[in-house]
Design a protein around this ligand. Structure first.
Ligand code: FES
Length: 132
């Protein structure tokens, strides 16, 4: 299904200003490359970055694709949702269901694990990721 945001001249941002100051933006993909309420993966140098089109929340997120639990490149295939009183966005790894905040990268229920998160902005149907 075509994403209604694709091709429109608009900018949607999902980051805080502290993050933006030290950020270089890379074009990761097109909006249509990421399924609604799902994720895709891109390669950037030696890293894989998971990108999530959280259509139900009208939000975008990006994290490392590597799950720190058993070192699987799998986060982009995880199920996304919301949790807690603040409806914090989260992703659950498809292997053993370790769940990570899409905002902070912290593992919910296992404080020893965390994943890196990246700021995302959408401009003219393109997805940009902020790389520090
Ligand atoms: S590899 Fe991701 S939860 Fe185990």
């Amino acid at each position: 299904m075509r994403n209604p945001a694709a091709g429109k001249a608009h900018t949607q941002t999902n980051y805080n200003m502290e993050t933006v100051i030290a950020t270089q933006w890379i074009m990761a993909c097109y909006v249509d490359d990421v399924p609604e309420n799902g994720g895709s993966c891109i390669k950037h140098g030696d890293e894989q970055i998971a990108i999530f089109n959280f259509t139900r929340r009208n939000e975008w997120y990006a994290t490392q694709n590597l799950c720190p639990h058993k070192q699987q490149m799998a986060i982009s295939r995880g199920m996304i949702g919301s949790t807690g009183e603040n409806c914090e966005p989260k992703v659950a790894c498809p292997f053993h269901k370790k769940t990570f905040s899409l905002l902070s990268g912290e593992c919910i229920g296992d404080e020893d694990l965390s994943i890196k998160t990246y700021p995302v902005k959408i401009t003219d149907g393109k997805v940009f990721i902020g790389i520090a």
